[in-house]
Design a protein around this ligand. Structure first.
Ligand code: ATP
Ligand code: MG
Length: 264
């Protein structure tokens, strides 16, 4: 394994994710479901990992643990060096709000709430001043190309635009990791490439650490590393030899501009 050269000033920051022998067993009455049977994984700062595997192989269970939405039955999870097993409920919620950005298949935006307000939501818990919240939300929306849609409600946005709002909402807290569980699952193929283009750019330009679950092999090829689950275990973990470039794929797909509604 090669050691990545830490960025200047970042030498002391531990890896975003270090997991040892993570087990999650669900108890359903007398029945036990072994969703994760001992997962070990290390993800370095700035990695872009795709998680693949058949339905029921444990991917979402794993993402829920990474996102501190759930606790493991056994095993250790260090998030930026913090042993999450030692945290109480409030501390876990706090670390989740500060360090994790979530993007879901179904966008999960609040209806009757503007794009900007949706993006500001994670900041409401941070005691940040209103003006600073506004500025951060506007920056995050600009980052996903939606400055001109800030005052739209979710039902006034396309699926791809809604997912971009969700990405802006994930970014606004400047998280240590972004967790995306099938973010392109509800989108057509061109819009999926657009979303992957945004994630790729954030990964390249800001060294954002991204873990993405997908069923689609094409989508996984935009990541730099693919981890495959089978029946609650990791069965392969390998770098993508030549990740696809979403920006050039979009050019190949043609010069449609689905976000512009005023073209001649
Ligand atoms: N809350 C729960 N209680 C009991 N069993 C559960 C629970 N959540 C998941 N499971 C079971 O754990 C296993 C792993 O589920 P999980 O949702 O992690 O799979 P997945 O890989 O995300 O599947 P998919 O690709 O369909 O989303 C499955 O057998 C599922 O039925
Ligand atoms: Mg799932």
């Amino acid at each position: 394994m090669t050691m990545q050269q830490p960025a200047p000033g970042a030498a002391a920051v531990p890896p975003p994710i270090e997991i040892e022998n993570l087990v999650r067993t669900y108890h359903m009455g007398d029945m036990r479901v072994h969703a994760l049977r001992g997962i070990s994984l290390r993800v370095a700062h700035g990695e872009f990992v795709a998680v693949m595997g058949a339905s029921g192989s444990g991917k979402s269970t794993f993402m829920n643990l990474l996102g501190c939405l759930d606790r493991p039955t056994s095993g250790r999870y260090l998030l930026e060096g913090i042993d999450t097993g030692t945290l109480n409920r409030d501390q876990l919620a706090d670390i989740r709000n500060r360090k994790i950005g979530f993007v879901f298949q179904g966008f999960n935006l609040l209806p009757r709430t503007t794009a900007r307000e949706n993006v500001e939501l994670p900041l409401v818990y941070t005691h940040m001043r209103r003006r600073e919240r506004d500025r951060r939300a506007a920056d995050a929306l600009a980052n996903v190309g939606l400055v001109d849609r800030m005052d739209h409600m979710p039902n006034q946005l396309s699926g791809g635009q809604q997912q971009r709002v969700a990405i802006a909402r994930a970014l606004v807290v400047e998280p240590a990791i972004v967790l995306a569980d099938e973010p392109t699952g509800n989108l057509d193929s061109r819009t999926s490439v657009e979303i992957m283009g945004i994630l790729q750019r954030l990964n390249n330009e800001r060294a954002l650490t991204i873990i993405l679950v997908t069923h689609e092999p094409d989508v996984a090829q935009y990541a730099r590393r693919i981890v495959r689950f089978h029946d609650g275990r990791i069965v392969s973990d390998a770098p993508v030899a030549r990740p696809r470039d979403a920006a050039s794929d979009l050019e190949t797909l043609g010069a449609e501009t689905p976000c512009e509604d005023d073209s001649p």
